[in-house]
Design a protein around this ligand. Sequence first.
Ligand code: PMP
Length: 393
Amino acid sequence: MTVVFADRMEFLRASEIREILKITQRPEVISFAGGLPAPELFPVEEMKCVALKVLEESGKQALQYSTTEGFEPLRKQIEVRLNKKFKVDVKYTNILITSGSQQALDLTGKLFLNPQDIVLCESPTYLAAISAFKAYKPNFIEVPTDDDGMIIGELEKILQTTVNIKFIYIIPDFQNPTGRTWSLDRRRQFIEVINQYEIPVIEDNAYGELRFEGEVLPAIKSFDSKGLVIFVSTFSKTFCPGLRIGWIAADTQFIEKYVLLKQAADLHTSSISQREISRYIELYDFEAHIKMLAEVYKGRRDAVVTAMQKFFPQNVRFTYPQGGLFTWVELPRHVSAKALLERCLKQNVAFVPGDSFFPNGRIENTFRLNYSNMPEERIYEGIRRLSKEIENY
Ligand code: PMP
């Protein structure tokens, strides 16, 4: 039988990370490959009480269909938190709850992209955003970045010479994969340019609340005087990814369209999950929970950085993340991270080679390390083995 799939399937491939993650299931493997929050930090006991309360108090509604926009008390809680944390001034009526922020990315592709339209993104960027957008067959232009974020001069050059740019996708806080954070100056310069060209921006803030040190920086959305920034975030990293609760905060012209698309996609996000998170925030100290997560992850960040400083050869560079779950390593130009991975897997150490994070590129000499999901001793031992393989290479 000859089955003919849609053209978009041509561009979708099994993620390399998923393939690597299969190998890393073996308990003896020290894996820096995933991006998982630490499961031992999930508030399981509290969630048992919350689940019971939700079912006792509002079981019928929690198990029923609900509105596409989302559970109103939760949207109000998000409104307050966005304002307090990131100076984002948005009414709950402009917040749509999504099934994880991954759904927000997929709906974004659906909303904006015709085949061959242009998406601008940081180089490198989040792998699963590339996959979500790719299903709509755009072309990507990667904007060069440095330690302070997107390089504005390079962005302007692209904006001056390119037609049909539909949106710019950015992760300004503790980026996946690099762990870098845009400076305040860069945020301001960026929004100035955006206001001039009037192009929608998707600001993905999956990690912003997981800050280990330094000042919380206002979101780019907080400088958004023209309503061009679509702010996307999630409870996956501050709470539990299994509940699948994310959101979009944006101007009415965008939110109305997202609601139509979401209705067609899955009607609404899980009623019971939304009520559970909302009730948890009412009953417990969510800020204290996030603070505890940040302290544990900071210890793990310290372990990975200390070990890299001690063991890595001088010509290997790496980022120093002030929050989030990742650091990014740059090997000398001639070294292939994929070849290094093959050697490391034999020593039961895994990571993700960097080239998957460049939508167009074949940049071979980088890789991503995740440090959130194992104790400090294991991180130290993993980096020791990894360094040996770099030296042997
Ligand atoms: N954006 C970024 C930058 C991410 O790293 C992730 C998860 N790894 C997501 C979005 C999606 O997360 P979720 O769907 O769990 O909210």
